[in-house]
Design a protein around this ligand. Sequence first.
Ligand code: FCB
Length: 468
Amino acid sequence: MNTTTVPTTLSEQQLIAGLPAGFRWGVATSAYQIEGAIDVDGRTPSIWDTFCRVPGAIDNGDTGDIACEHYTRMPADVALIKDLGLDTYRFSVSWTRIQPHGTGPVNPAGLAFYDRLVDELLAQGIDPWVTLYHWDLPQELEDAGGWPVRDTAYRFADYSMLVFDALSDRVDTWTTLNEPWCSAMLGYAYGAHAPGRQEFPAAVSAVHHLLLGHGLATERMREAAPRKLDIGITLNAATAYPASDAEPDLEAARRADGMGARLYLDPLVHGRYPADVIDDLAAQGIEIPVQEGDLASISTPIDVLGINYYFSQKFTGFDENGRTTDDDGLPISRTLPLNKPRTAMDWEIVPEGFTDLLVRISKDYPGLPMVVTENGSAFQDVPDENDYVADADRTAYFTSHLAAVARAINEGADIRGYLAWSLLDNFEWAYGYDKRFGIVRVDYESQARTPKQSALYLKELAEQHRNL
Ligand code: FCB
């Protein structure tokens, strides 16, 4: 397509209609958020089981103990995806079902669930997309130090191979990690996610060991691959807008982009950590614990980069009093509102930040096909007497963000598909069940599933595209 002739005035509908043939349409979930059945078939606690028991850690004291009962309702949930006409289902594997001690041999009873899930998906003509790690580290490995400890990277690669050996005869697309930023920063720096630690230097070590685990696993999977497979990683990223052209604002945006995006993309794609981030960390007395050969493993080629996008932010380097450094002499970084409407997560709705992000990644890290592995929104859903939710707000979010993806493609970004977050309302981590991201409503009392307006909308779009 000659992209330079695409007028910028296309409506969102026209943009979406212009998404390429062969574009993937799907949905995503993760194990702990939907499965429940936390103590059956040999599964042991992950850091999330433990964290959910910390008083005050999760809104309303919610846990993933029952969640959406997907472990027992799996065939019906797969049928639901089929009914919605979606071609791809991205799910994650629970490490402690496969390897209850985080090390050692495979647990056949736990593996059997994913074996059945893959067969069920294939039988329904749905492409299975496996995420190996969506935040549920075995508690035993956290007790041994967790991601800040180098050994965890090797444990992850071993675990990955157990899953890969069992499923790679049928699964073509593999993601090592979901959003390592969240694992490292929310888990070890801010304490908002499991394991709830607040140790910034440990979080920086966790970043490196997560990336190393990705690299080691990718190298081993590639080596063992029975045929050409797509192996990659999923990052959460955003556009960091400076509040003005003033130097402190530009610097605050640079730091946010460095810690949020380039700290992951540069080693993965270019085989080096960004010099400015290394300097910023050094100014705080922190060093990334790189050993010889690590960056070669981390930058082992990948076939697909998964991007999860929810919102973007504006940054300033000034505090309320106009100062640019804090009492410790460290530079100020603050976010300021972009003055956009917000979702129930209080996240601003910034579809243009999505286009800017995708175009920018395609320019700075060329040659890497991308798939949107998550995008979606939580709103205060109001069901009618049939439990149907006419979620015009979520539907509009999908429209504006799919149009944003189409714009990015028109500007040259190589984006191969879009997976909505999420199939079901589910356990939204520290927010518990209060925040609903599903395109299908879950009544947690009865476990009844009811597709929302947004699900029917995505169904229609996927269908139109299949008929291109
Ligand atoms: C992402 C997570 C996913 C879900 C959405 C809302 O960061 O990958 O599990 O919680 O946010």
